[in-house]
Design a protein around this ligand. Structure first.
Ligand code: MN
Ligand code: MN
Length: 460
């Protein structure tokens, strides 16, 4: 296949740069699921979307052209534009996840050891632990006070802010460490964040843990956070700093959490840019994919079907078959990233079935591991329909698997909607260094993903 950059003319590059510049800016300020949801709602508000709750409370009927969203606990979001066609004929759905691998603070995180103060963490999702030491880290999330007040935390992103980090052994004394296998070089309980070294000034001679107390004093003074408040907090430790253009030719983007914000952003943008079309369209931005799509804010939660039930009711479909008919007749792109071919690690790829940078958006018929275990195996008929749509809209695409058959594997949210009888296929952007603190994507593939999602919403 030909490198898609060769096929672009000036107008392609103009739109490509616009989409990618906006994506890079969005990525820099949307590092955790709550920030993605908040920033997505701002974009939707600008397009005059309304919270579905306002319709439910007033029992106000929905009609074609209405734009609504459902905010599930600030961590997942479902958006809908009602089409002219009856909703039981199905929807065109884009679904991406907005959580990314990271370190979470434990419930009792703060401690002092030999006059250093630390925050204890528990890693979230599949990480190579050794990648998280000696890089600048930031804290993002919320602290919820007993009275319900929510204090947003974002420390380490402004130039004025301090950053935090995890130390590693110097090579001079690392002889024994360097003999360990990579999964044990840095152990989970050693992923503790160094946060301070100055003791609190006090007249009490016997007082202990003064460095920790000094940090707590600062937390209270600057952010009104007390030690007990960590019990009801969700604070995520993520790489500090902005997403950046990558390479001399600036053809790539490096940023934290591109799995799966690269598909979340392009899906949302295509959804918001989509001109009115016959079918109802929907965009799902969902939490907890990296740990199995569990919990109230993960794709296994009934929140999406509950929302759909409300929408069907407000459209006058009170029969109890409405939701199941709608889902059975729906098409969905589970928009998630794929492992791009890396010449430095070619041994884990089947080159004839790998995805490549600059070859366009990636369709993945099945994920899973070993004998396709845990996969959604998309129907050939559905793939044929998508091939036609992509060709009609001049979208460059490739079809791949995630690595060699016995090399490992992975999953997405695809099978969950497929279990509800939706026609689903995985479709997203290839990533280098996936799940590393800084992941790399190709701008051409980001642009093709956006074009693909737009074409799918209009024509599926
Ligand atoms: Mn993913
Ligand atoms: Mn992932």
């Amino acid at each position: 296949m030909e490198n898609v950059w060769k096929k672009y003319d000036f107008s392609d590059e103009e739109t490509l740069n616009e989409v990618c510049d906006d994506y890079r800016a969005f990525l820099s300020v949307s590092k955790i699921e709550r920030e993605v949801v908040m920033n997505s709602i701002i974009l939707a508000d600008n397009m005059e979307f309304k919270n579905l709750d306002s319709y439910i409370e007033e029992n106000k009927p929905l009609k074609p052209g209405d734009k609504v969203y459902v905010n599930n606990r600030g961590k997942s979001l479902a958006l809908f534009v009602i089409g002219e066609e009856d909703i039981t004929k199905g929807m065109n759905i884009l679904g991406a996840h907005v959580d990314s691998p990271r370190l979470d603070l434990k419930a009792n995180p703060i401690y002092e050891e030999d006059e250093f103060a630390y925050l204890d963490t528990h890693y979230y999702g599949g990480i190579k632990k050794y990648q998280w030491v000696t890089i600048p880290l930031a804290l993002h999330g919320v602290v919820v006070k007993k009275d319900g007040e929510v204090i947003a935390v974002e420390i380490g992103e402004d130039d004025e802010d301090p950053v935090f980090g995890i130390t590693d052994l110097l090579p001079h004394l690392g002889q024994e460490q360097m003999k360990k296998e990579a999964s044990k070089v840095i152990e989970g309980e050693k992923l503790d964040l160094l946060i301070g070294s100055v003791p609190l000034q006090t007249d009490e001679k016997d007082e202990k843990d003064l460095v920790k107390k000094n940090v707590l004093e600062i937390l209270n003074r600057k952010y009104r956070i007390e030690e007990d408040d960590f019990l009801s907090a969700e604070i995520e430790v993520v790489p500090a700093g902005n997403a950046r253009d990558f390479g001399f030719d600036q053809s790539m983007i490096m940023g934290y959490g591109q799995d799966d914000k690269v598909c979340a952003y392009t899906s949302l943008r295509a959804f918001l840019d989509c001109p009115p079309c016959g079918r109802t369209i929907s965009c799902i931005l969902v939490d907890k994919e990296e740990i199995g799509s569990v919990g109230a804010t993960g794709m296994h939660s009934s929140f999406y079907e509950n929302a759909l039930q409300e929408i069907c009711n407000l459209l006058g479909h009170t029969e109890n078959t409405a939701v199941s008919r709608c889902l059975s007749n729906s098409f969905m792109l589970s928009s998630d990233v794929n492992a791009a071919y890396d010449p430095l690690y070619s041994d884990v790829m089947d080159k004839r079935n790998a995805s490549f940078f600059n070859q366009g958006v990636v369709f993945c018929k099945y994920t899973g591991s070993r004998g396709k275990s845990g996969s959604n195996d998309a129907n050939a008929e559905f793939i044929a329909k998508l091939r036609r749509i992509m060709d009609d809209h001049n979208v460059h695409f490739q079809i791949s698997e995630l690595g060699k058959v016995d090399a490992g594997g992975g999953g997405t949210i695809a099978y969950i909607l497929a279990n509800r009888n939706v026609n689903v296929i995985d479709c997203g952007v290839g990533v280098l260094s996936m799940h590393a603190p800084w992941e790399i994507t190709s701008k051409a593939d980001i642009y093709e993903a956006y074009k693909c999602y737009l074409a799918f919403l209009q024509d599926a």
